[in-house]
Design a protein around this ligand. Structure first.
Ligand SMILES: [Zn+2]
Length: 163
């Protein structure tokens, strides 16, 4: 069992945080953005970036080559649907995608929208971690958190039409 402190300060004990989130035992702050038979989308609100989405496998796996054929097909369709929602609902022009297989969570991809304030951290992969840390440390104020929560609701509403 692991002790985990969530973004909103809740302290929980779980065997696997991802399993608990996809089964609904633990509600991420802001709730579920979208889910299919195989995948679950939510936001880690510890990083108040409007439109950031984490798409995770429901199965307890970590690598892309562990996905079944059905999951692979569903993955790209789900990723596409969320990306389309980010553009149509939130006007997001570019998204950075990041995933690592040596994760302590399930197979998951970070979909990080690109905003003008991020340019000072450079472009491409080297900017991803500094951008996330900057958001967590310096943009964690009411205004940004509210925008982030509103975006979660807008994405959920849009994506709800497809499931
Ligand atoms: Zn798990």
């Amino acid at each position: 069992m692991k002790n985990v402190t969530l973004a909103d300060g809740r302290n929980i004990t779980v065997k696997c945080l991802s399993c608990s989130i996809v089964t609904g035992d633990v509600q991420p702050s802001g709730g579920t953005i979208y889910e299919t038979t195989f995948f679950h989308a939510h936001q880690d609100v510890a990083y108040p970036i409007r439109g950031l989405v984490i798409l995770a496998s429901k199965r307890h796996i970590t690598c892309l080559d562990e996905l079944t054929e059905e999951e692979r097909i569903n993955y790209i369709h789900t990723l596409y649907q969320i990306r389309k929602a980010q553009r149509e609902v939130l006007g997001i022009e570019h998204v950075y995608y990041f995933y690592n297989e040596d994760t302590t969570h399930h197979f998951h991809v970070w979909m990080v929208p690109r905003y003008d304030w991020m340019h000072e951290f450079g472009r491409s992969v080297e900017s991803v971690r500094p951008v996330l840390l900057h958001a967590r440390r310096n943009r964690n104020h009411t205004n940004e958190v509210e925008k982030t929560m509103t975006a979660i609701h807008e994405l959920r509403e849009y994506l709800g039409k497809f499931y």
